[in-house]
Design a protein around this ligand. Structure first.
Ligand SMILES: [Zn+2]
Length: 205
C-alpha cells in the first residue's frame, strides 16, 4: 500500500482494497511517500488493526511520531487557499521500517525499490516497481486535466524540487503515480519541464 489517505478514510481504503480482490490483512506494508496528514492519515489504523508494517523515510519519523504536519510552503494561489482546509494532525504511529538509503523490496515479495528523495519533506520516498514510479508529492496532475503535469501545491525549495524531478526521470519509469491527480506519463513530464514552469512561478511570485 502506498500512502494512507487522510484520517477518516479507513473504511474507504479497506473497501478499495477489497474491490481490487485483496484483503487488508494481507497487505505487506504501507509505504509513506511522506508524513503529512493527507498521506499518513490512516497508517496508525492499519498498523493497529492488521499489524501492517509502516515504512517511512528517516527525515519524516518525527512527523509520523507526532502525527503533525510541519509548515507548508504554498507554491501558488491554490496552495495558499487549500492550506485552510487541510487537517494539521492525524493519529500518530511508530514506523516499523525507517529508510535511510535505497532499499530493495524483494524480501517483502515485491520486485521494487524504495529511494529517498528529500525535497517535499526531508523524508520523502519514491517507490519504483518496473517502469512505474509512485512519486508522492514531487509533482501532481492538474485538477481538471489529471494527466497534465503541474507544480505541486506545496514546495519549500523549488530548485530542489526541479532537480528531484530531473533525477527521477533518469529512473526509466514511464508512468508516475502522483499523490494528487495523475498518473503522468514520462514524456509529458519532460515536455512540461522544457516549458520552464519554475520560471513562470517565480515571475508570478
Ligand atoms: Zn499530498
Amino acid at each position: 500500500m502506498v500512502d494512507a489517505g487522510v484520517p477518516g478514510e479507513e473504511s474507504i481504503i479497506e473497501n478499495q482494497i477489497n474491490a481490487l480482490g485483496f484483503a487488508p490483512e494481507n497487505c505487506k506494508f504501507i509505504m509513506l511517500t511522506y508524513g503529512h496528514t493527507d498521506h499518513a492519515g490512516t497508517a496508525s489504523y492499519f498498523q493497529n488493526t492488521y499489524n501492517t508494517p509502516i515504512i517511512c523515510g528517516i527525515g519524516d519519523t518525527t512527523l509520523v511520531f507526532n502525527g503533525k504536519n510541519d509548515s507548508l510552503c504554498a507554491a501558488g494561489m491554490l496552495g495558499s487557499l487549500f492550506k485552510f482546509f487541510i487537517p494539521k494532525e492525524y493519529p500518530p504511529c511508530k514506523p516499523d521500517i525507517i529508510v535511510e538509503e535505497q532499499i530493495s523490496l524483494n524480501k517483502y515479495g515485491t520486485p521494487g525499490k524504495i529511494i529517498p528523495f528529500e525535497g517535499h519533506t526531508e523524508g520523502s520516498l519514491l517507490l519504483q516497481i518496473g517502469n512505474v514510479a509512485f512519486v508522492g508529492d514531487m509533482i501532481r496532475g492538474k485538477a481538471m486535466a489529471r494527466q497534465t503535469p503541474s507544480l505541486h501545491f506545496y514546495q519549500c525549495d523549488l530548485e530542489k524540487n526541479k532537480s528531484n524531478i530531473e533525477n527521477a526521470l533518469s529512473l526509466n519509469a514511464d508512468v508516475w503515480f502522483t499523490g494528487h491527480f495523475g498518473p503522468l506519463k514520462k514524456q509529458r513530464i519532460i515536455q512540461w519541464l522544457n516549458s520552464d514552469p519554475y520560471k513562470i512561478e517565480e515571475e508570478k511570485n
